[in-house]
Ligand binder design. Structure first.
Ligand SMILES: *Cc1c(COP(=O)(O)O)cnc(C)c1O
Length: 354
């Protein structure tokens, strides 16, 4: 049966975000920026000890245990943190809560493609300033009239990181606008803009357990800001769904924060692999941006990216490619284990030759 046109007129029709594939067969999976190593051992231990009540009862609506663990870790007040079901949930609520101007919000023309989806979903006007010829954000573009600003740092999929001073310049030129910095990859990069939270009341920083803490499947993300903006986020959340975080996510998230040593080792292994792979790709003639994330953004002057993407997939090696004309010559490659990267590089060496 087809739905009649009269009905469709009042339906919110949107172009959804298209996530990378999650193949069920065994492949070398370098396509959605997951961490190739397991989470801290404390996480599995806590998960295995979950009590029946943690299934039977509703969770703590404030996610208090997780908020406290994060506040201790980040050295901010508990009232400065908001947690959600991955940073996608947190960011989506931020769009709904903070972007209500008639003026357009600003985000780069090459960036996390979910921003455009949320802007359309919530009917938020937006303008997308172009990156420069080297895929860098031009900060002056964000000094013009706007209804809010958002971008990832490091940016995705370019992997390029801007220093905290750069963020501060944008904040200073936007005293009356909310600026959201999406730090999904900052743990692989450098300093977080959280250091600016107490000086700029217009700043919101989001982070996630999905990449650096190897917990994409558990869905934990958070925002850090001043107590007043966090309260606004909570009010919208409680108008939506009081129990976003499961008992398992609250407990496992708190456990993940206990082992700093494990976390640091995990990160430095990935950074080391990233640098090795980058060098080998350059030897094969690839050009790579200066990645500060857990993925590389690469192009080859003589090989078609889409064709390479398909050949890799045929060989059971999944990377990411977009049909967007601005980046159609590029592949995004998640950093896996050294063994996975060897399989990937061996394939390219055979294909392209040394
Ligand atoms: C992965 C990612 C997110 C969302 O991650 P969650 O798993 O929802 O926490 C947000 N922003 C960027 C730029 C990402 O790459």
């Amino acid at each position: 049966m087809t739905v009649r046109k009269e009905l469709l007129n009042n339906i919110r029709i949107v172009d959804p975000y298209v996530p990378g594939e999650q193949p069920r067969q065994k492949v070398v999976k370098l396509n959605t920026n997951e961490n190739p190593y397991p989470p801290a051992p404390e996480v599995k231990a806590v998960f295995d000890e979950l009590k029946e009540d943690e299934f039977r009862l509703y969770p703590d609506p404030t996610s208090g245990k997780l908020i406290k663990a994060l506040a201790d870790q980040l050295k901010v007040g508990e009232d400065q943190i908001f947690v959600g079901v991955g940073s996608d949930d947190v960011l989506s609520l931020c769009f709904l809560t903070f972007f209500n101007s008639e003026k357009p919000i600003l985000f780069p023309d090459i960036t996390y493609s979910f921003y455009q989806v949320w802007a359309n979903l919530y009917r938020i006007p937006y303008v997308c300033p172009k990156l420069d010829g080297k895929f860098r954000i031009v900060k002056e573009d964000y000094y013009k009239v706007n209804g809010g600003i958002i971008f990832p740092n490091p940016n995705a999929p370019t992997a390029i990181y801007e220093e905290v001073d750069f963020i501060e310049d944008i904040l200073r030129h936007n005293r009356d606008n909310i600026v959201i910095i999406d730090e999904a990859y900052v743990d692989f990069a450098g300093k977080s803009a959280i250091s600016l939270i107490d000086r700029y009341d217009n700043l919101i920083v989001t982070q996630t357990f999905s990449k650096s803490r190897s917990m994409a499947g558990m869905r934990i993300g958070y925002a850090v800001s001043n107590p007043e903006l966090i309260r606004c986020l909570n009010d919208v959340k409680y108008s939506f769904n009081s129990y976003t975080m499961s008992c398992a996510a609250i407990s496992c998230g708190a456990a993940a924060l206990e082992n700093t040593e494990y976390f640091k080792t995990n990160i430095s292994k990935i950074v080391q692999t990233r640098e090795n792979v980058k060098e080998q790709l350059r030897d094969l003639g690839f050009e790579c941006t200066d990645s500060k994330a857990n993925f590389l953004f690469v192009t080859h002057p003589r090989y078609d990216a889409l064709k390479l993407f398909e050949e890799l997939k045929e060989a059971g090696i999944y990377v990411r490619h977009w049909n967007d004309p601005k980046i159609k010559d590029y592949l995004r490659i998640t950093i896996g284990t050294d063994e996975e990267m060897k399989i990937f590089l061996d394939f390219l060496k055979k294909k392209i030759g040394a």
